[in-house]
Design a protein around this ligand. Structure first.
Ligand SMILES: Nc1ncnc2c1ncn2[C@@H]1O[C@H](COP(=O)(O)OP(=O)(O)O)[C@@H](O)[C@H]1O
Ligand SMILES: Nc1ccn([C@@H]2O[C@H](COP(=O)(O)OP(=O)(O)O)[C@@H](O)[C@H]2O)c(=O)n1
Length: 226
């Protein structure tokens, strides 16, 4: 059985980048669960499915042939044969992804898919990040972390990544997406047994080091750099 590290948090808290770097340092696999919600939204847009209709969004799962790499150095996302790794980050997808994520049937199917990926990991551990990993997908994970940062800081980091979009627009969209997502699952408060890592005053390397230290201290795992 591989060690499971579950990380949740709001948009722009550093889940993807920190989890990927921590997985590299530990020799673990890495699973970005948000990519699946994004890919389903992308696929719905591609097929002209009206995603605002929950029944239509649930039906979008039919014919959704999804795959993602769990090597932290190759997280290629595919729908069928199409590489959508870049396309799922486009603002048009970000705008509608919460419509897909709010549908219970969609969440149930994706939770099963994530559990299947976790169960077949061949590395000593896997870091899984998203919104409901510590609470729903892997509540029994050996290490459970809520990664947070003040909203202003998160907005600033996300806006630095996106060229061609104003800081105000990025901030508004991020706040609105967190508000919509919060109605479905609570990722702003740590559940019982979940350790909060607040990166507001930490730089990127310090945040990665804090996560790696938590994994090492909790699991006593021997890692490549030991
Ligand atoms: N502690 C940190 N200090 C500075 N920048 C950070 C820190 N953590 C993450 N970042 C940067 O913030 C941006 C958003 O991080 P990302 O991993 O995409 O967040 P999330 O997956 O939670 O939305 C990225 O550009 C990332 O490099
Ligand atoms: N475990 C998860 C992961 C993502 N999501 C949904 O997927 C969307 C995209 O997730 P993401 O992790 O790529 O978003 P960012 O925080 O990286 O922008 C979120 O806005 C949620 O609607 C979810 O509902 N549950």
């Amino acid at each position: 059985m591989s060690i499971v590290v579950a990380i949740d948090g709001p948009a722009g808290s550093g889940k993807s980048s920190v989890s990927r770097a921590a997985a590299r340092a530990l020799g673990f696999a890495y699973l970005d669960t948000g990519a699946a919600y994004r890919a389903l939204a992308w696929s719905g847009l591609d097929r002209g499915i009206p995603l605002a209709d929950p029944a239509a969004a649930a039906a979008a799962f039919e014919g959704f042939d999804y795959s993602i790499g769990t090597d932290p150095d190759d997280t290629t996302v595919r729908v069928g044969a199409v590489d959508v790794t870049e396309a799922i980050r486009e603002p048009r997808v970000t705008e509608v992804v919460s419509l897909v994520a709010r549908v219970p049937e969609v969440r149930a199917r994706l939770v099963e898919l994530f559990r299947g990926i976790i169960a077949t990991t061949t590395r000593p551990g896997i870091i899984v990040e998203g919104r409901d990993i510590t609470t729903v997908v892997a509540p029994d994970a050996a290490v459970r972390i809520l990664l947070t940062a003040d909203e202003q800081v998160r907005m600033g980091r996300r806006s630095a990544e996106l060229s061609g979009v104003s800081a105000e627009t990025t901030a508004r969209q991020l706040a609105s997406r967190d508000a919509q997502d919060s109605r479905v699952v609570d990722f702003m408060n740590a559940a019982d047994g979940v350790t909060t890592v607040d990166s507001t005053d930490l730089d990127f390397d310090q945040t990665v080091a804090a996560v790696v230290a938590l994994v090492r201290d909790t699991t006593r795992v021997e890692t490549p750099t030991d």
